[in-house]
Ligand binder design. Structure first.
Ligand code: AR6
Length: 169
C-alpha cells in the first residue's frame, strides 16, 4: 500500500527509512543532515566503512538512535535539465532501495522526496516518477506491504496525494 504523509522522516517507526544522501555517504544538509543528527555518531562510523555510493545505488545501515530499525542510503541525481539520465537515475534510487528492503524481508519503508531540494529535481516530475516506480515494484510479489512517502512540506503532501489519486503508471 502506498501512502503520503506529512512529517519528519526521522520520527517514523518503520522497518527502514531512506536517506537522500551524497556520494560520500558521510552526511550533508537537508534530510541527510537530519538523519545523521537523529541517528547519532554510530551511523557516521558505519558509513565510513561503506566506500561511498554512486548515483542510483543504495546501501543499508543500522538505524542507531532512530525509531526506524534500518536506513537505506541512496544518492539521487543532480538536476541538470533532464537530459543527463536524471529520470533513469532517480527511478533507480527507488527501485534499488525497494529491492534492498525486500531482500531483507522488510515490510515497511518510508521515502523522502529524493533529489528535490538541494539537488534541484523538479518536484512534480519527481513525485510522479516516485509513485510510478513504487507502484510497479509493488505489483510483483514482495515482503513490502507499506510504502510511505514522507512529505516535509504541505505542498509536497498535496502533490503526492494528487499523484496517488491519479494512479500510476
Ligand atoms: N524528513 C523528511 N523530508 C525531509 C526532511 C526530514 N527531516 N528534511 C528535508 N526533507 P534534500 P536532495 C525533504 O535537499 O535534493 C544533502 O546535503 C526536503 O524538503 O535533503 O536529494 C545530501 O548530503 C526535500 O523534499 O535532498 C546531498 O548532498 C527532500 O527531503 C544533497 O543534500 C530532499 O531534499 C541531496 O539533495
Amino acid at each position: 500500500m502506498l501512502t503520503a504523509i506529512h512529517g519528519d522522516i526521522t520520527t517514523l517507526a518503520v522497518d527502514v527509512i531512506v536517506n537522500a544522501a551524497n556520494a560520500s555517504l558521510l552526511g550533508g544538509g537537508g534530510v541527510d543532515g537530519a538523519i545523521h543528527r537523529a541517528a547519532g555518531l554510530g551511523l557516521l562510523q558505519e558509513c565510513r566503512l561503506l566506500g561511498g555510493c554512486r548515483p542510483g545505488e543504495a546501501k543499508l545501515t543500522q538505524g542507531y538512535n532512530l525509531p526506524a530499525r534500518f536506513i537505506i542510503h541512496t544518492v539521487g541525481p543532480v538536476w541538470k535539465g533532464g537530459h543527463g539520465g536524471e529520470p533513469q537515475l532517480l527511478a533507480a534510487c527507488y527501485q534499488q532501495s525497494l529491492a534492498l528492503a525486500a531482500a531483507h524481508g522488510f515490510t515497511s519503508i518510508a521515502f523522502p522526496a529524493i533529489s528535490t531540494e538541494i539537488y534541484g529535481y523538479p518536484k512534480a516530475e519527481a513525485a510522479h516518477l516516485a509513485v510510478r516506480a513504487c507502484t510497479e515494484f509493488l505489483a510483483q510479489p514482495t515482503s513490502l506491504t507499506q510504502v510511505l512517502f514522507c512529505c516535509y512540506s504541505a505542498e509536497d503532501l498535496v502533490l503526492y496525494q494528487q499523484c496517488l489519486a491519479e494512479g500510476a503508471p
